[in-house]
Design a binder for this molecule. Structure first.
Ligand SMILES: *Cc1c(COP(=O)(O)O)cnc(C)c1O
Length: 404
């Protein structure tokens, strides 16, 4: 019997490999259903999800409150386009603006679209408000960044896999080392419209900048009349034990870029959030998206924001994050060379002597734990914020075995 179901998994993987473009290299598990922090494959085997779709599942799989919001909206109204108003966008935008302490929300769908929107807003602000000469605006970005996959965004990636052979690349981006505020200050000139950074670099392996970096970026941007754009698409919405990773230093950027968890793990929903003096530069017709701000996504996003407004997920992520950090520290010197932890988010560097990140991820898969490697030797841990301490302990036990 187990051969027959084994065959189903293998068949489905073969079908994917035959007919889906090879732009990913997935681990060999075929998920069929999931609830909370647990995923079940087509063979009925259960796995603890320590990836959460790169933080898009901060509230876990099928959170009842989010599902209820989606189900209720599915039967009422799903799409209008922005040619007309709908009765969910206003409440969603009001709640999200309040969560961010800002005036305006520009809704999009994917994270990359939010980044693209942020770039357009910063450039328009540069010309219309700051008075930068036409087509001269630049944006300062960090080495090791990950902001998405569009042609403009990969043009300023320094990861060869993301970047190479997709040129010609859009001009107007200036690179500085990540976490180096002096380099940002030195790179600013009269054409600088914005500084775009991840408050913690997720894809790079949960790279946390030196303490005080975000405060200095804020000060430097304010002193020089430059916009501070925080890409909180992966770091935001509770992951680090605060609503935003910028909150760890008490810093408020000029523009928040949000995505991933904003869609509650159900659908793509992203947003650019800023004050009127910044986002107000965009005029009707200059930017948009057919699906951006649709009532189904707005209903889900509203529920997500309501859940975050209570603060309970942030508190939970902070407390359990300390638990996770302590457990992971115990592995340093035992197959792990370094760990970086912020809330329920960790980068774990694997000692090459015990294997690559991919090999450890495969061993964990066999033990019923889902993680993903990044950049060769690192595995990233980002469980749903609903995970329990006992489940973290069990996962760390599996990691200990996988490393030995
Ligand atoms: C995932 C991610 C993006 C891109 O989001 P998509 O929804 O995949 O387009 C942008 N910035 C950061 C920091 C991310 O982690």
């Amino acid at each position: 019997m187990s051969t027959a179901v084994d065959d189903l998994g293998a068949q489905l993987i073969a079908a994917e490999s035959a007919h889906v473009a090879h732009n990913y290299h997935p681990l060999p598990i075929v998920a069929a259903r999931a609830e909370g922090v647990w995923v079940t494959d087509v063979e009925g085997k259960r796995y603890l999800d320590l990836l959460s779709a790169y933080s898009a599942l901060n509230f876990g799989h099928g959170h009842p409150a989010i599902l209820a919001a989606a189900r209720e909206q599915l039967d009422r109204l799903t799409l209008t386009s922005r040619a007309f108003h709908n009765d969910k966008l206003g409440p969603f935008a009001t709640a999200l603006a309040q969560l961010c302490g800002k005036d305006l929300v520009l809704p999009m769908n994917t994270g990359a679209e939010a980044v693209e929107t942020g770039i357009k807003v910063a450039r328009a602000w540069g010309y219309r408000s700051k008075g930068i000469a036409p087509d001269a605006a630049t944006i300062i970005v960090a080495n090791g960044n990950f902001h998405g996959r569009t042609t403009t965004i990969v043009g300023f990636s320094d990861d060869p896999v993301a970047h190479d052979d997709f040129g010609p690349y859009a001009p107007g981006f200036v690179h500085v080392p990540y976490g180096d505020a002096d380099a940002i200050a030195a790179a600013i000139d009269e054409n600088t419209a914005a500084v775009l950074v991840e408050p913690i670099q997720g894809e790079a392996g949960v790279v946390i900048p030196p303490e005080g970096f975000l405060r200095r970026v804020r000060d430097i941007c304010t002193e020089n009349g430059v916009l501070f754009i925080a890409d909180e698409i992966q770091s935001g919405l509770g992951r680090v034990g605060e609503t935003f990773a910028c909150d760890r230093e008490g810093v408020v950027p000029d523009i928040y870029l949000l995505g991933k968890a904003l869609g509650g793990g159900i659908l793509p929903l992203s947003a650019v959030v800023a004050n009127e003096d910044v986002l107000g530069v965009i005029r009707p017709g200059e930017h948009g998206s057919t699906f951006g701000g649709n009532p189904l996504a707005s209903a889900v996003g509203l529920r997500v924001v309501e859940m975050l407004a209570s603060g309970e997920f942030q508190t939970r992520a902070k407390a359990l994050g300390e638990h996770l950090a302590q457990a992971l520290q115990g592995l340093v010197g035992h197959g792990v060379t370094a760990v970086r932890v912020a809330g329920l988010w960790a980068g774990v560097d694997i000692d090459p002597a015990v294997g690559s990140g991919r090999e450890i991820a495969e061993k964990l898969l066999a033990r019923g734990v889902l993680v993903k490697d990044t950049h060769g030797q690192t595995i990233r841990i980002a469980p749903p914020l609903t995970i329990r301490a006992t489940e973290i302990d069990w996962a760390i036990e599996q990691l200990r075995h996988a490393l030995s």
